[in-house]
Design a protein around this ligand. Structure first.
Ligand code: ZN
Length: 401
């Protein structure tokens, strides 16, 4: 048994405790954190002026894109950013060469150093699974499929062997349909069915990211229609949804309580209310949204709606770093009316719950894994929760055990 003492402990499932202790045995939290005054008889490792909190959960990354860091410039329009990304990526999607894997390893090291314990990683190549395992980064890996012309679930069958091979590394693998402008209704449905029948029934989907996506769904025209035609995948029999993205996927039974809906920049209050009722988790990636030209998301409206909000960074193709504390800083700046505690919950327990990891991670609760970080604090501190959403540098972060 090891007992850790710190200036602050943030259990997340209860308010912060000043000068508190945590008991850890065999990597597991043994009892609820409590004020140190009650436990002066114990042999204690005093960590000093730090805040201990659970390791963070980055609910949306694409680690395989780490080699694109600094290569895809910010754009004013989403389809322009996508065009640049596709042009640079052409021919590399399926490869696991050193040019791809070395940046993945470096990115994972940065993820760990900035206090993240688990990720929801969306991938076409599954190239990050082995590096994740090696580095001790856990989470759920979503094999992303797309095909606007797919009329059945053949793509799912074709991905089976790759997923089975990746699963041998002990990381949970599921599926993700890419987005409504790249995935047919038939494929959406087939993926949902396959995911429901699997032992990891969690799904992730990009939704409501750009105005161009909404335009396509509502009117069947606009820049996405042009792009789909230009690459020869437009379908004249595509059933025009004539509605917004959430309504579209709900109509086809794609969204449920085990769905991570990523972005939602374009969602109105009706869409947010539907997500709340369905019990889905909205994953916000504000820095990426700004980078790819869709503008910042309405963070305050997200929280006001009552929907579960988790946090992601998205990939290094659209953000400077994978430090989730940087994302929280941007959220605090965008949403001064949201309590710091809610933002911290989003980056811990809400993300863990969305990924089905909340039995082990997301809060300092007896029985959960002691995946704990200590964040060095300044001498003068008004509000520890506010401080933790003000931008934390990886040099301030250490893993407790
Ligand atoms: Zn993404």
């Amino acid at each position: 048994m090891t007992v850790y003492r710190a200036a602050w402990v943030l259990p997340i499932d209860q308010p912060p405790i000043r000068d508190a202790m945590i008991e850890v045995e065999d990597g597991v939290i043994r009892s609820a954190p409590a004020p140190a005054a009650f436990r002066q008889d114990r042999l204690v490792r005093d960590l000093g002026n730090v805040a201990i909190l659970p390791g963070l959960v980055n609910a949306h990354t694409h680690l395989e894109l780490s080699w694109l860091r600094g290569r895809v410039p910010p754009a004013n329009r989403f389809t322009d950013w996508v065009k640049t990304l596709v042009a640079i990526r052409r021919g590399t999607e399926q490869s696991a060469t050193p040019e791809i894997t070395a940046p993945i390893q470096e990115a994972i090291r940065e993820v760990r150093e900035s206090g993240t314990v688990a990720v929801g990683d969306t991938t076409n190549s599954l190239a990050a699974v082995e590096p994740m395992k090696t580095a001790g980064l856990t989470g759920v890996v979503f094999h992303e499929l797309l095909g606007f012309k797919e009329r059945d679930g053949a793509t799912i069958e074709a991905s089976h062997d790759k997923r089975a091979a990746a699963a041998r590394h002990g990381i949970r693998i599921s599926l993700a349909p890419h987005a409504p402008y790249s995935t047919s209704v038939e494929l959406f449905r087939a993926i949902r069915e396959a995911v429901n029948a699997s032992d990891c029934p969690i799904m992730s989907v990009h939704l409501g990211e750009s105005p161009e996506e909404v335009e396509l769904l509502e009117t069947g025209s606009g820049p996405w229609r042009g792009m789909l035609e230009a690459i020869g995948v437009w379908r004249d029999d595509w059933p025009l949804p004539g509605c917004g993205p959430v309504q579209f996927l709900e109509r086809h039974g794609v969204i449920d309580a085990r769905t991570l809906v990523v972005h939602g920049v374009q969602f109105d209050d009706v869409a947010l209310e539907r997500l709340r009722v369905l019990g889905a988790t909205l994953v916000t990636c504000p820095r990426s949204n700004q980078w790819v030209g869709v503008g910042y998301p309405p963070i305050e409206r997200f929280y006001r709606s009552g929907v579960a909000v988790a946090v992601g960074t998205d990939s290094l193709a659209s953000v400077d770093d994978l430090n989730l504390f940087s994302e929280l800083k941007t959220m605090r700046w965008l949403a001064p009316g949201v309590r710091a505690r809610q933002l911290l919950e989003s980056a811990t327990v809400v993300g863990a719950r969305a990924l089905g990891l909340d039995d082990e991670l997301g809060s300092i609760t007896p029985g959960k894994t002691a995946a704990l970080i200590a964040v060095r604090l300044p001498d003068a501190l008004d509000d520890v929760e506010e401080y933790l959403v003000s931008g934390i540098n990886p040099t301030q972060v250490t893993w407790v055990n």
